[in-house]
Design a protein around this ligand. Structure first.
Ligand code: COA
Length: 224
């Protein structure tokens, strides 16, 4: 049964509706300006597996998988450009200054997924600053899977390939607590929450805070 159509608003009612809509737009604009100019805090959480999971993963063979996985060094970074909307030429220049590797998945000659692994003074654009990643650790970032290839655990395959390539490295991810897809993907390999990185922007100044804490289950991400 279809619902009866709402009666048309009177001219006065229409004016009130429009006034409310413009007020909401104004509020959003004021909030954006406030967040850009006055105050904004970006918080990302650090996630990594515990040793029992690493041992379990290392015992698993690296099955040949379709799409094909390849590891790209600096001489082939340019191939990744254009395959992820989250990656710019400026990002590549940052990776180029560090010892980075990009693990990619190829399908029919096209890159359909990529993850970067890097260390040193790593520029994390979301935080607007560099984060120090010691030589025995790897920061895994900028994961991207083409929408047609999502839901096949391709991101985890790329991570596994890297783990096999550089065994013994402490590998971690920095993600927004609100990125439910990446949290769902990482939860499948039972990652723990082990730290929090934040940048507070106040009137053009930046205040950084990096914290490390005892491993907590991924469900605690909602409370950080
Ligand atoms: C996050 C991302 C890398 C996950 O890669 P993936 O290989 O698809 O990972 P998974 O197969 O484990 O899927 C993870 C979750 O994505 C969602 N998902 C599954 N299929 C999907 C599809 N076709 N389209 C969109 N999302 C899908 C599901 O919630 C899934 O969890 P579930 O399997 O428990 O339901 C991918 O979604 C992506 O590239 N997102 C945009 C970029 C991004 O957010 N990167 C992370 C930066 S740190």
């Amino acid at each position: 049964m279809s619902l009866p159509a709402a009666p048309p608003l009177s001219r006065g009612g229409e004016r009130v509706r429009r006034a409310k809509a413009s007020l909401r737009r104004l509020q959003r604009r004021v909030y954006r300006i406030f967040a850009k100019v006055v105050y904004r805090k970006v918080v990302m959480c650090r996630l990594e597996p515990d040793q029992s999971i690493i041992d379990f993963l290392m015992a698993m063979p690296l099955d040949p998988c379709k799409p094909t996985i390849e590891v790209l060094g600096p001489d082939r970074y340019h191939e990744v450009l254009g395959s992820s909307p989250q990656l710019s030429a400026a990002d590549l220049a940052h990776f180029d200054k560090q010892e980075s590797l990009c693990v990619v998945a190829y399908e029919a000659g096209q890159i359909v997924a990529s993850v970067w692994f890097t260390h040193g003074e790593v520029y994390v654009s979301d935080l607007g600053r560099t984060v120090h990643v010691p030589a025995h650790e790897r920061y895994s970032g900028r994961a991207y899977v083409h929408p047609d290839f999502r839901g096949q655990m391709l991101m985890q395959h790329l991570g596994h390939a890297h783990r096999k390539l550089q065994p013994g490295m402490r590998m971690w991810n920095l993600v927004y607590a609100s990125n439910s897809n990446v949290l769902a993907a990482l939860n499948k390999i039972e990652l723990n929450l082990t730290g929090r990185f934040s940048t507070t922007f106040i009137l053009g100044m930046r205040f950084a805070k990096d914290e490390e804490f005892d491993p907590q289950p991924l469900s605690s991400v909602s409370t950080i």
